[in-house]
Design a protein around this ligand. Structure first.
Ligand SMILES: *Cc1c(COP(=O)(O)O)cnc(C)c1O
Length: 402
């Protein structure tokens, strides 16, 4: 009985929603439907010879220690690579472990990094504070104009690191233009893609060499675990990235990988719904008299609207707005909310509001804050899965108190 080959067995023929339910899955001899959780730090071998060949790297897909190879983590990595359209990926204990690995695995003393100055706090710290301690100089530039990257490049520049849209003001960096500049100087481009998500922005297709994620955000998306990912070519991932992970050990636990695999099953549903709601809320807030400005990539008021349409398939699940009346008004608004939580996570099923000036950007000087648009009245909203009408009503009440 010969079965004809169903073309849908090729993952390249499937859409993201389908891949996120099935992609990367491997069944144990028990034929479980839900992916198995392999809580094991080590593995035993049928013979000493097998063990010798495994340690020599001659056995494809073999496991010798869960610091750098675990079957549940493998499934998560493979599912993420399918989503990204990447040849390979490695999972990490957190988003910061992933970013630190991606950046530090590509440089050595004497090298130079160029990065956009509007970065997630921890990312900026790695580039601005840690890299120089190890003899790697860095230059931070205003990422909105690609010419600023070109001007900062030096012969010893090995890495260009960007985040787009940026935290918290949702400014954009032109990925394709910056990739061209980086490659012309022999440097690698690393893109932190958390704010756009793997569903709505494809940095590798635009020329990036490595893409990083905090899986803590939309991939778990339900506030349970931390995790991170680095994705790119097989050469970079199985070389520098894998070696750095193996030897420094910021490994994702099998349990967290399992939670994140389950998160990916509903990832596209959640991200699409949250993005639609964010766009709706951005429209509603833009028309409110107590709002100074709204920042949302796919809103026509965004200063880089044309780039946003070209580079991103949809807006974002986040929006930022400036309330009239400064910090006092921002606090009054936040404190009056009933549904939206005051917190600093993002990409969660629960809507979350953050006052960047006094929380995520507290460490920076007022001058550095204002340079990246973090004003006293600025609030960042991560839109969750609640009914958008309820969120708009909650914000409307908050605005009355502001
Ligand atoms: C959250 C976040 C990180 C860090 O991820 P953790 O999982 O918290 O370590 C890095 N970059 C961006 C853009 C983030 O939002």
């Amino acid at each position: 009985m010969s079965k004809k080959h169903n073309p849908l067995r090729d993952p390249g023929k499937l859409s993201p929603a389908t891949l996120m339910v099935h992609g990367g899955g491997r069944r144990s001899p028990f034929n479980e439907t839900s992916e198995a959780l392999y809580l094991s730090s080590g593995y035993s071998y049928p013979s000493s010879e097998h063990s010798e060949r495994l340690f020599r790297g001659e056995i494809e897909g073999g496991h010798n220690y869960s610091r750098f190879a675990n079957p549940t983590v493998d499934m998560f990595q493979d599912r993420m690579a399918l989503l990204e359209g990447a040849e390979a990926g490695r999972a990490f204990a957190s988003g910061m472990a992933a970013v630190a690995n991606a950046v530090m695995s590509q440089v050595r003393a004497g090298d130079h990094i160029v990065a956009s100055r509007a970065l997630f706090g921890g990312c900026r710290y790695v580039v601005e504070e840690y890299a120089p301690r190890f003899g790697v100089a860095s230059t931070l530039v205003d990422g909105r104009d690609p010419a600023n990257f070109a001007a900062a490049m030096r012969p010893e520049t090995k890495v260009v690191f960007i985040e787009t849209p940026t935290n918290p003001t949702l400014e954009l960096v032109d990925i394709a233009a910056v990739a061209g500049i980086a490659h012309a100087h022999g440097a690698k481009l690393i893109v932190d893609n958390v704010f756009a998500t793997a569903l709505h922005q494809k940095p590798l297709q635009l020329g990036a060499d490595l893409v990083t994620y905090s899986a803590t955000k939309h991939i778990d998306g339900q506030g349970r675990v931390l995790g991170g990912m680095v994705l790119g070519s097989r050469e970079l991932i199985e070389g520098d990235v894998h070696t750095f992970l193996r030897q420094t050990g910021a490994t994702l636990s099998a349990f967290n990988a399992w939670v994140l695999l389950k998160g990916l099953e509903t990832f596209s549903l959640r991200v699409e719904r949250m993005t639609r709601s964010a766009a709706e809320i951005a429209r509603a807030l833009a028309a409110h008299p107590k709002i100074e400005r709204v920042f949302y990539p796919h809103h026509p008021d965004h200063p880089q609207y044309e780039l946003a349409r070209r580079q991103m398939l949809a807006g974002s699940t986040l929006l930022t707005f400036e309330v009239k009346g400064g910090q006092e008004a921002a606090f009054a608004l936040s404190d009056a909310l009933a549904v939206i939580l005051i917190s600093n996570n993002l990409g969660d099923a629960k809507s979350i509001i953050t006052h960047p000036r006094t929380t995520t950007h507290q460490r920076l000087s007022e001058e550095a804050r204002l340079a990246t648009g973090v004003t006293p009245g600025l609030l960042r909203l991560s839109v969750g899965l609640e009914e958008p009408a309820d969120l708009i009503a909650d914000l409307g009440y908050g605005l009355e108190q502001a």
